[in-house]
Design a protein around this ligand. Structure first.
Ligand code: 5CA
Ligand code: ZN
Length: 401
């Protein structure tokens, strides 16, 4: 599919430091170490209700990864999917009387517009699962003995995956609970293990399906990301990412599929997860319906203030959205704009170094914002500083002043 237009990134003097990120699978902060090109896969939206602030927060986190790597001299190969056929999308289409394809297309287009407005760098490949059904079916065939049938559907046997549990580190009990909550079917009769997961859903009356060597049907959820990541990035890529609600089952199960299909481990060198944005005490989610849409906020506010409001929270934090977040961000944006319009200011290179240092340390955006606040509040005689700080904020934080 079409991606979205890329914003311009100003060149900065010198180069950034090696990026350190918290790796869920290692349970600690580690240096990323891309060999030349950095490769990143981030799970995309299920396009039935886009783009809420939770989505925006997650894609913004990986946008900072992308910008930090580029600044450190690594070209970035970034791939993202769109889950353009899946149960929740089909249910919403049915409930609202629209064709599921139209619903997906409209929401993906809205998502592209929101991402471009937020100045999120686009993926090189933006891939809808419906575009790659053949590749997904071929990958399932590659799983050999790990795949088995339950009434025509195809399941992955967790017993065939030696690393099952390595990504999340969750207990059996936690896994069962989350699997049931997040689209799994622990109680389905005929499975060998409650945590075995669906790879291919055989055709059902009234549901979309595609012909394949597995019989007519459609892909299960996790295998789509495994197939799209492997086809575009190959195994052992640098970062797989998404919100923390994807740690289990999605990234756990996807990693096992990749391992069994290719024989290579790790599937990704680091598993990176953004925190959940909530509203009124609950995770913002399409199924709960408590959403604040980026497109709605954009109607009445500067979208750069929306970006700054999200940046004010560490990407791994869980936090609650309130309208006051936006007011504070608008005030900050105005202060920064006034500060870069001055004829001179405090040392610009020192500020650049400070922002680089904060971002390289597991994307401490709040720390980077505080450094810019301090620069903006102080007086100085560096006549180059206002232009350099404007470029720093643009290139590394993605905020156009
Ligand atoms: N299509 C799948 C991934 S393959 C999916 O999870 N789609 S989604 O539309 O539900 O979410 C898209 C991305 O936004 C995921 O990375 C998800 O973890 C993240 N996300 C969803 N809700 C929130 C939230 N409230 N806060 C932060 N991130 C969120
Ligand atoms: Zn995914």
């Amino acid at each position: 599919m079409r991606s979205w237009p890329a914003p311009n990134i100003p060149r900065l003097p010198g180069s950034g430091r090696p990026l350190h990120l918290y790796d869920t699978a290692a349970r600690e902060i580690r240096a990323t170490d891309p060999s030349g090109e950095a490769r990143m896969y981030v799970c995309g939206i299920t396009p039935y209700d886009a783009t809420h602030l939770g989505h925006a927060n997650t894609y913004l986190a990986f946008d900072l990864v992308n910008r930090a790597w580029r600044d450190a001299g690594h070209p970035v190969h970034y791939t993202q999917n769109a889950t353009d056929v899946d149960d929740p999308l089909l249910e919403r289409a049915e409930a609202t009387g629209v064709d599921w394809r139209d619903l997906a297309e409209d929401q993906i287009e809205l998502f592209r517009t929101d991402m471009a407005a937020l100045r999120i760098l686009p993926p090189r490949e933006y891939v809808g699962v419906t575009e790659v059904i053949d590749q997904v079916a071929a990958l399932i065939e590659q799983l050999g003995e790990a795949a088995y049938r339950v009434d025509g559907d195809v399941y992955f046997a967790r017993s065939a995956a030696p690393k099952f549990g390595a990504v999340s580190g969750y207990s059996e009990e936690e896994m069962l609970e989350l699997f049931a909550e997040r689209g799994g079917d622990p109680g389905r009769p005929g499975k060998r293990d409650p945590l075995d997961w669906l790879l291919w859903r055989a055709e059902r009356p009234g549901e979309p399906s595609w012909p394949s060597p597995l019989g007519p049907g459609r892909p299960g959820w996790h295998i789509e990301c495994t197939a799209i990541a492997l086809a575009n990035l190959g195994p052992g890529f640098d970062v797989t990412g998404g919100g923390s609600d994807l740690v289990f089952p999605h990234h756990e199960m996807g990693a096992c599929e990749g391992h069994v299909a290719t024989g290579e481990w790790p599937f990704a060198k680091a598993y990176v997860h953004a925190g959940m944005v909530g509203l009124d005490g609950e995770k913002m989610s399409k199924s709960r319906g408590n959403l604040v849409f980026v497109s709605r906020l954009r109607e009445s506010h500067d979208v750069m203030a929306v970006r700054l409001a999200l940046l004010a929270h560490h990407y791994r934090a869980d936090w609650e959205w309130t309208p006051a977040e936006l007011t504070r961000a608008e005030e900050r944006l105005a202060r920064w704009r006034a500060a870069v319009a001055r004829p001179a200011g405090p040392d610009g290179l020192a500020l650049l170094d400070g922002v680089r240092e904060r971002l390289a340390a597991d994307l401490d955006a709040p720390g980077a914002l505080a450094a810019v606040d301090e620069w903006a509040a102080a007086e100085g005689t560096d006549a180059q500083a206002p232009a350099l700080v404007k470029d720093t904020v643009d290139a590394l934080l993605g905020v156009a002043l």
